[in-house]
Design a protein around this ligand. Sequence first.
Ligand code: FAD
Length: 371
Amino acid sequence: MSKYDYLIVGSGLFGSIFAHEMSKNGKNCLVIERRSHIGGNVFTEKVENINVHKYGAHIFHTNDKKIWDYIQQFADFNRYTNSPIAIYKDELYNLPFNMNTFHQMWSIKTPEEAKKIIESQKKEIDTETPDNLEEQAIRLVGKDIYEKLVKGYTEKQWGKKCNELPSFIIKRLPVRFTYDNNYFNDLYQGIPIGGYTKIIKKLLKGIEVKIDTNFFEDRKKWENIADKVVYTGMIDQYYEYCFGELEYRSLKFESETKNMENYQGNAVINYTESEIPYTRIIEHKHFEDTASSKTIITKEYPIEWKKGYDAYYPINDEKNMKILEKYQKLGKKEKSTIFGGRLALYKYYDMWEVIKESLDAVKLELDNLKK
Ligand code: FAD
């Protein structure tokens, strides 16, 4: 018999929820985490009394009442509404694309006027089957919005020209003909008061956790320490890249403390022109309306991913999906490893989706144990 029922590799949302639920069901769990802190990408750290989102802006949003109720056991949430601003050269626009944006762009006031302009610009691309992202975007929102608000931002994000990117990246570009700057359509959204790390700490309370511990540095030992492994790291690494590396986009975060109360007046401002190398500036105190005489801002630079860098956005193109399929085939044969979370499944997940995946994995596991 092994010392633990489950070894959980990774203390992000997936791993922490799995560990929490299994411990509640009497199982003995050990969590190992290669970083120097728990929480994965939702980690927040208090600096100058401000909860800093260390891995980029994290806004919780969902339409799933069960998930909303579940997460609120671990924190109270504020009523934060995500309403980002876009800056293009010296022009300022509200996002998502709505009547405020159209007024700022064309000085029009009515939905009818906005629709007319967008429709006439969309006609410039007269194909139902766009060849690339540029054509797709113009087909969806017209030329002006594409050129000022989509093009530069997207090219920075992916490191490629829009006319070289596949059209599937942009399936939809939501356009709203009301004066509504709320970015998300979801029923529930907010920021946990006190930060996300508080949630993770509560989830892992009473569970043994080892930080600065990489599964691959002593793989044999870790595999033998528990009956089962729950693995939330990169799937290609788990199989020693035997079918090749999966590709990602990475990010570089540059933070600075400013000796002023309010730097930009909003939590998130996107910089959509290609000449500015970062995509956005986050001002953390506005997520929770924090009292502090100082403020902390973070510039987010998309960068090329290389082995050893933090992997953020999977590049789910044909080439990578073919490689993934091969790893998934091996994964299905595993009897004592459960794969979960964004890195093991090579999929971009919002937080609510990861929570749901983890709760589903727990349920499946408990059902299997009963058989
Ligand atoms: P992770 O948080 O990545 O956790 C995996 C953990 O495993 C990490 O801590 C890692 O260090 C550890 N690990 C990996 N390999 C090993 C190893 N070999 N040994 C030990 N430990 C290992 N979602 C939203 O809902 N709203 C948002 O606003 C939002 N904003 C985002 C902004 C950015 C910039 C990014 C990148 C993501 C954003 N997300 C957002 C998504 C959110 O971050 C994810 O849904 C969530 O963090 C995924 O949790 P996870 O447990 O799957 O992965």
